[in-house]
Design a protein around this ligand. Sequence first.
Ligand code: 5GP
Length: 205
Amino acid sequence: MKKLGDLIVLSGPSGVGKSTLVGKLKQSLPALEFSISCTTRAPRGSEQNGVEYYFLSQEEFDAKRRNNEFIESADVFSHSYGTLKSEVIDRIRRGVQVVLDIDVQGALQIRKAALEDEILKRTATFVMIAPPDLETLKTRLSGRATDSAEQVAQRLAKAQSELQNFRHYDCLVVNDDLEKASEDLLAVFKAASLRSSTIDEELFV
Ligand code: 5GP
C-alpha cells in the first residue's frame, strides 16, 4: 500500500515533562524522525549545532525567513525559532513519521497552512501535552536549577496562555503519571499513522 508518512505537531509548555516523554517515545518508536529547528538562542550545556537545533545568527535566520524556507516561525522568549520545510516535507513524502516540538504560535501557523497545503492537510495531527493543573506546573518549573525566578515567572505566564489554546489541538495528553502519559502519547502516534488520509492510492477498486 502506498502511504505518506505523517506529521505530529507536539506542543507543551516548559516544565510539562515533554523532553522526558519524547525520550521515551524515541525508545518505543525508533523509526520516528525529529525535525531539527533553527533558533537564534545560544546553545545550552552540551547542545550541539545540527543535533538539538541549528544555531543561527539573527541575520542568517532572517535570510531563511525571507527565502520562504520555513513552514512556520515564531519569537519565543525574545529569540527566533523556525521549522525548515526541508526537515519535514520530503520525509513525509517518503513515508516517515516526523515530529515537531514547537510552541503554540508555530502550531497554529501550521494549522492555518494545512487549510491550503494538501500534504499538511492529509498528514498533520496536533497534540498538546499539559500538566494536570497550573500549580503542579509551577512546582515543576521552580524545581529547575537552570532558571532564575524571573524566568520561572515568564515561563509560567507563557505556559498558561499556551494551555488555553488546547482546543486547537486534536489531542490532549495530560502528564500526571509519566507511564500513563507515555502510553497515551504512543497511542496517539499509532492512531496518527493509521489515518486514512495518509493512504496515497485508490484501494479496493
Ligand atoms: P528551548 O529554547 O527551551 O529549546 O525551546 C523554547 C520553546 O521554543 C519551546 O516551547 C519549544 O517547543 C519552542 N520551539 C522549538 N523549536 C521551535 C520552532 O521551530 N518553532 C516554534 N514555533 N517553536 C519552537
